[in-house]
Design a protein around this ligand. Structure first.
Ligand code: PSU
Ligand code: MN
Length: 307
């Protein structure tokens, strides 16, 4: 295992990795910056439970007191949830500084992939990833998540990307950087709250075994990047296209009017959309994370079978 001086792998996680048993990484920005308290803590704990019910070990990832943590205690998850936006949203550029300063950081998809890889974890479940923002042709706002997918060999299971992003440009960027985008049970890229987006993914796969087989080959070949699995939100929890798109347009207009930029943009848009949809979007958000956790756990198990 790739232990390092700054990394603390929880004993249960370390043991599972060493024995070749399934482990699923989880991010902590979704806890601190993606959802309000107390739903954030309830969701984070429930996601861990779902992963256990599917015979894998959960490893929620964060930076605490300058330590890179793979596997948190219930108390640590509660702490991150209560601190909320007061915890630094930690992307790749923040990691070394936070460690040096012995500070806390909520890990995004980027830093969760980095720390998962250091801990020997290959599969990571989340809600949505960052991507190319609408208007990026002038703002240059492109999430570091896309660069990380291009360079770190971790499979990320998400529900697609929200249309706060430019989905077409996000797919173009991933193509350029050699990241396969796989639709689970669909050839259409899901748009997080909805199952449809009008954009095609690269491949459709229908079983965890197929996902595991593709990732196994990528690992065996030593390809440096990850893979993106987009798993549509279950039909019964999907939102109405018009309602959600109207809320997203309004949220983007307010962000532009208020001059929101940089790392604040995504959390601002997420909170605004939730406010404008009266909490319906939060329910959908929670359910799709559960759905992704189940698929990630099954895929991790299938990957272990391949040795
Ligand atoms: N998209 C979501 N929910 C989230 C995030 C993105 O639907 O919680 C979080 C993730 O942690 C993701 C980060 O890695 O926001 C991307 O932020 P940025 O766009 O600033 O790179
Ligand atoms: Mn950004």
């Amino acid at each position: 295992m790739n232990l390092n001086k700054y990394l603390d792998v929880a004993p249960e996680v370390a043991q599972a990795v060493a024995e070749g048993r399934p482990v699923v990484a989880l991010e902590s920005t979704i806890i601190s910056h993606g959802m309000p308290y107390p739903q954030n803590v309830e969701t984070a704990l429930k996601v861990e439970q779902i992963i256990r019910e599917n015979d894998a070990v959960p490893a929620t990832i964060a930076i605490l007191g300058g330590r890179l943590k793979a596997g948190l205690t219930v108390e640590e998850i509660e702490y991150l949830g209560k601190q909320g936006q007061a915890v630094t949203k930690a992307s790749r550029r923040d990691l070394a500084v936070l460690v040096a300063q012995k500070a806390d950081g909520a890990t995004t998809v980027t830093t969760t992939m980095m720390i998962a890889h250091m801990a020997g974890i290959q599969i990571f479940a989340t809600g949505g990833i960052g991507g190319v923002h609408r208007g990026a042709e002038t703002t240059m706002d492109i999430s570091a998540d896309l660069e990380e997918l291009a360079s770190t060999p971790v499979m990320v299971v998400c529900a697609g990307a929200k249309s706060i992003l430019d989905l077409g440009l996000t797919l173009e960027y991933l193509e350029t950087h050699g990241v396969p985008v796989i639709g689970y049970g669909t050839k259409e890229l899901p748009a997080f709250y909805t199952r449809k987006s009008g954009f095609e993914v690269d491949y459709r796969m229908d079983t965890p075994e197929e996902l595991a087989a593709a990732f196994h080959v990528s690992q065996t070949l030593g390809l440096k990047g990850g893979m993106l699995v987009t798993n549509p939100i279950p039909e019964e929890f999907a939102m109405d296209h018009d309602i959600i798109n109207k809320a997203i347009d309004e949220a983007i207009a307010q962000a532009n009017a208020q001059g929101i930029h940089g790392k604040a943009t995504t959390p601002f848009l997420l909170a605004k959309v939730k406010e404008l949809t009266g909490g319906d979007s939060l329910d959908s958000n929670i359910q799709l994370v559960f759905n992704n956790a189940r698929l990630a756990a099954k895929t991790a198990a299938a990957l272990c079978q391949l040795g």
